[in-house]
Design a protein around this ligand. Structure first.
Ligand SMILES: [Zn+2]
Length: 87
């Protein structure tokens, strides 16, 4: 059957890529993929599911523990705009 340019172009009209949807982690506010555990702090649905410190060296672990604690402390007090919230 003849495939016209029109048919080809109509078929390809659906080929555009969509931006990946993201949301913020409820614990550390890192950018996360929805329905996926947070790769930053290893929690999912407010539950610790992965020990993110396990693979790290002592030095890296210290640094990570510090940043996670800072993120927890900064929780309530932020008045910046989230890019995803405006949608
Ligand atoms: Zn997190």
């Amino acid at each position: 059957m003849r495939h016209t340019k029109s048919h080809r172009n109509m078929r390809r009209a659906h080929h555009a890529l969509k931006a990946v949807e993201t949301s913020a982690c409820s614990k550390c506010h890192a950018v996360v993929v929805p329905h996926m555990l947070c790769m930053n702090c290893g929690t999912y649905q407010g539950r610790q599911v992965v020990d993110v410190l396990r693979k790290l060296t002592k030095k890296e672990r210290k640094e990570k523990e510090r940043t996670l604690r800072e993120q927890e402390e900064a929780k309530g007090e932020h008045d910046h705009d989230h890019a995803t919230a405006s949608k």
